[in-house]
Structures are given as C-alpha cells and as structure tokens.
Ligand binder design. Structure first.
Ligand code: CTP
Ligand code: MN
Ligand code: MN
Length: 494
C-alpha cells in the first residue's frame, strides 16, 4: 500500500549508517517499537544516528538506554521482562523525553527522575528475574522448601484444581498441578510476571494460563467456578470425613446425598468402623493439631513405649518433623534396636494406651514386611511395616498452654489423630525418610529411578545397575547414596 514509505525507511537507514560518525561510544539506545509505531521508530533512529548516537536494532545486553513512547509502565516492564535475556537493572528505561532532550542538546543528557519509566513492581533483595529462575530443579528433592510460601496466591488455586481432578480421578492433571504448586513453594519470592515463568520447570500450558489470569485479575475464574460448584463442594465435604475417599464420596453423591444429615438419615448406607469414628469425632479431628498438642502426645507415646521396653526409640515424623505449626495428625516412628522385637512392640503400646482409657479408635495393621520380597518394583501406596492409625483422647491438662479447641468448648479434652509405624531398626532410616513425607519424598523416589537407576521406598534403596541393596543408618546416608546434597526435614515442605 505504501511503497514510498518503505523506500524512505531504507534510504534513511543507509544515510544514517554511511554518513554519520559515532560520537557517543558508551551510549547504545534501543527504541521500543510498541506504541511508537514502525515509521516513527525509523524516523527517530535516523535522527539519533545523524547526531552521532548508536541506535541498536535489537534489544541485547549491549543496550544502555531503552526508550519508549506512549507506553504504560506496567505493560512496558512486563514486555521487557518477557523478551529480555539481559539484566534489566543495568539499563535505563526511559520516556521519549530523554531522547528529545538529547536530540535538542546534540548529546546524551544526564538521566533525571522525570525521564525514567519506573518499574511498578518492587524488586526484591534476590535481584533480577534470572536469579529466581536459573537453578530450580524439576525434582523437589533438589530444592529447599521451608514452610514459608511466597506464592500462596498461585498454590492455593492449584490445590483446588488438583483436588477437583483427584475427585474426578484424572490423575495426570492432578499430579501436574501438585508438582507445579510444589515447585512454586520452593521459590525465594513471588512470581511477578509472565516472563518469569518461562525458565521454571513443572509448568505446562494450563498451569501457566491459570497463573497469568491470577497475575492479571487477582484470581482464576476456573477456580472460582469450582469453588461454587455443587459437585466439588459435596466431594470436599464428604472427603473431609476420616475414612471417606473420592470413591465413597462419588457413590454418595450419585445417590443424591449432599450433606452429612442426608448420609446419616439414609438407612441403606453402611458406614464402616473408620467412617463411624470419622463422623463421631468429626469436629475434633477436622480441627488442626497444634505443636503443643503434638509435644504432649509425644510424651504420652514415649511413656507408653518405655513402659514396655526402656530401649524403645521414638521419633517424630510427618509434618511436625518438617517444622509445621499445625497438622491434621501427629506421626511417630516407634521401634526398638532389638531386631524382631518391634513387631510385638506396637500392639503392646496400643494396649497401654487402651489401659489409660485414651484409645478412641484403632486401625492396626500387622507387619507384612519380608526382606526376601525386596525390592518392590511396582508402586504401593502403603509400606509393609507394622503400623496403626489411631484416634486418641487428649486431656487439656496435659497440653502446655491448653488445647486448640473451638471457642466455648468446655469438655477439657479433644480427640486427635495419631499415626504410629514400627520398622525394624535396620530399615529405620528409610522409614523415617519416607514418613517425613510431602512431595519431597515422592520426588526422591522418582529421582532415584529416573536419574540413578535405583529403587527407593520406605523399606530400602536398591541399586539396579549393581544389583545390590545400599544400607543406611541415617537419612544422610541415603542422600549420599543418591548423590544428593543433604536437605534438612524443615526444608522438605515441598
Ligand atoms: N504414610 C504412609 N501410609 C499411610 C499414611 C501415611 O506411608 N497410609 C506416610 C507417608 O509417607 C506420608 C507420611 O506418612 O508422606 C505423612 O503423612 P500425613 O500424616 O498424611 O501428612 P503430613 O505430611 O504429616 O501432613 P499433616 O501435617 O497434614 O499431617
Ligand atoms: Mn501427619
Ligand atoms: Mn499421618
């Protein structure tokens, strides 16, 4: 349409290149074409070049002055961060006023505040976008994740989506959102713009789209829709009962049941023992367990185990061993150095708790552990050690600072969930590492298989290339076998 315009661009380029000498070696200008438009950009390029300025065609780390016209600060910076492979803090991002002032003066004028297009997003102590991204591994076991989550706005949304996929048994997508959330939890600060996502692992099209929407609108509409979705709400309610998983929730939902009173009123529904206890103690066990309550339970279990054998070993594991302030239960390893003795230890501990009158529910699983059957090559949700899932009665008088009870609860006690596992001492380190939990432990297994040709589970570590088991006394030994830097439990909140 406009051949004349094209010719003039070409001519001015030749003019600038051939006839102007460079006067200011240290200044390299880049003109942002966005908003400015192509023809104005070439006119300004010609003008700058004729005055002895170097005007770069592409944005590279050589550029010292980025000049933009009519741009909104936020969108300009967002765009710059997306396309820049350079350290942005080292360049001046300037309004056209700097350029016109410089043209008028015939030299690059000093940068003043009024020339600057300020980044509206605060820069953190961590510095440039690239220090955030460069070193993030796709494996949680190669990341340090404390309980401080700088990306809660995204991870909360991902958890809703993951849950929804879990309810619908779409495992792949559920896992994708959980892995993405876990990765984000490890970052030293919040993800602030689209460009920062490019180099991060574990993010796919869908996860990125959700994040982009949250960045732009403050929330995800897909998540909002789910939160008000009747099916999601019902599944969420039903699966909050101890002993109810997605399959049972689905069965009840299909029958048209929508509330606890619907379930309890339906005489054709059979609740198993676990679910009965779940309903009976619903208020208590859906309430978070505090650190002080966990400490008190530790003393109770410790006393019960030592009454059986003074050599008993008790270790806190699960979320509280990762330094969490609250948990949905308290997890312990209870064992003894005397090999084989651990099998009868657990029933005896349970018996002791019963005699104290504090055992409200007990689901005991005897050991099915057999060294001869190791290594286990297919995935199993549960390990083979002796274990029990309990509900205990915890007296307020035994808790420093009192119980974490609801306001107006005058009973002086509450029900709490406690898990105990009892591995033989020569497998203690593997059980401890496994039960410390979170995505960290799942990625350790995945890492072992994919990167080291090894099989890791709660029982053992097997080297498939050497065809041998690798013994370990401590968690550190296991990390060393895997060629991984040791990561403390409080840094495993993946
Ligand atoms: N575990 C298991 N088999 C089960 C239940 C738990 O092997 N049937 C182990 C897992 O290794 C899991 C760990 O126990 O990683 C902790 O599980 P859980 O108590 O559910 O999670 P926490 O991380 O402790 O979180 P919370 O604070 O909510 O309890
Ligand atoms: Mn736990
Ligand atoms: Mn548990």
């Amino acid at each position: 349409i406009n051949n004349g315009g094209f010719t003039s661009v070409k001519r001015s380029f030749l003019f600038g290149w051939k006839l102007s000498e460079v006067k200011f070696e240290d200044v390299r200008v880049y003109l942002v074409e966005r908003k400015m438009g192509r023809s104005r950009r070439s006119f300004l390029t010609q003008l700058g070049t004729s005055k002895g300025f170097i005007v770069e065609d592409v944005l590279s780390d050589k550029v010292t002055h980025v000049v933009s016209e009519n741009s909104q600060a936020a969108s300009l910076w967002k765009w710059l961060k997306e396309c820049a492979s350079m350290d942005l803090p080292n360049v001046h991002v300037l309004d056209i006023s700097w350029f016109t002032d410089s043209m008028r003066e015939g030299r690059p004028v000093a940068v003043e505040t009024r020339h600057l297009i300020q980044d509206t997003e605060p820069t953190s102590a961590e510095g440039s976008t690239h220090t955030l991204m460069a070193t993030v591994s796709q494996y949680a076991c190669q990341r340090r994740t404390t309980t401080e989550n700088n990306n809660k706005i995204f991870t909360d949304a991902f958890e809703v989506l993951a849950e929804s996929y879990e309810f619908n048994e779409i495992e792949g997508r559920c896992l994708a959102f959980r892995r993405a959330a876990s990765m984000l939890k490890s970052l030293p600060r919040a993800v602030r713009c689209l460009g920062e996502m490019q180099d991060l692992p574990c993010l796919g099209e869908h996860t990125k789209a959700v994040m982009e929407e949250i960045l732009q609108c403050g929330c995800s509409f897909e998540v909002k829709k789910l939160l008000s979705d009747e099916r999601y709400q019902t599944f969420k309610l039903f699966t909050s009962v101890f002993g109810v998983g997605p399959k049972t929730a689905d069965k009840w939902h299909r029958r048209g049941l929508r509330s606890f009173s619907d379930i309890l009123a339906d005489r054709s529904i059979h609740l198993n023992r676990m679910q009965q206890s779940g309903f009976l103690h619903y208020g208590d066990i859906s309430r978070a367990v505090s650190k002080a309550e966990a400490r008190s339970l530790r003393n109770i279990i410790d006393g019960a185990a030592r009454a059986i054998t003074p050599a008993a070993i008790l270790a806190l594991t699960g979320g509280f061993s990762r330094g969490k302030e609250f948990g949905h239960d308290v997890d312990f390893i209870v064992t003894t150095p005397e090999l084989g003795r651990e099998e009868s230890l657990l029933p005896e501990v349970i018996d002791g708790l019963k005699k104290q009158g504090i055992l409200l529910y007990c689901d005991y699983h005897a050991s099915t552990f057999d060294v001869a059957k190791l290594p286990i090559r297919r995935f199993e949700a549960m390990d083979h050690f002796a274990k029990c899932f309990l509900i205990l009665r915890l007296e307020g008088s035994r808790v420093e600072g009192g119980l974490n009870s609801a306001e107006g609860d005058g009973r002086g006690w509450r029900a709490v969930r406690v898990d105990l596992v009892s591995p033989p001492m020569d497998h203690y380190a593997f059980a401890l590492l496994g039960w410390t939990g979170s995505r960290f432990e799942r990625d350790l297994r995945r890492f072992a298989g994919a990167k080291r040709g090894m099989l890791l589970d709660n029982h053992a570590l097997y080297d498939k290339t050497k065809n041998e088991f690798l013994a370990a006394e401590t968690e550190k030994d296991i990390f060393a076998h895997l060629g991984l830097e040791y990561i403390e439990p409080w840094q495993r909140n993946a």
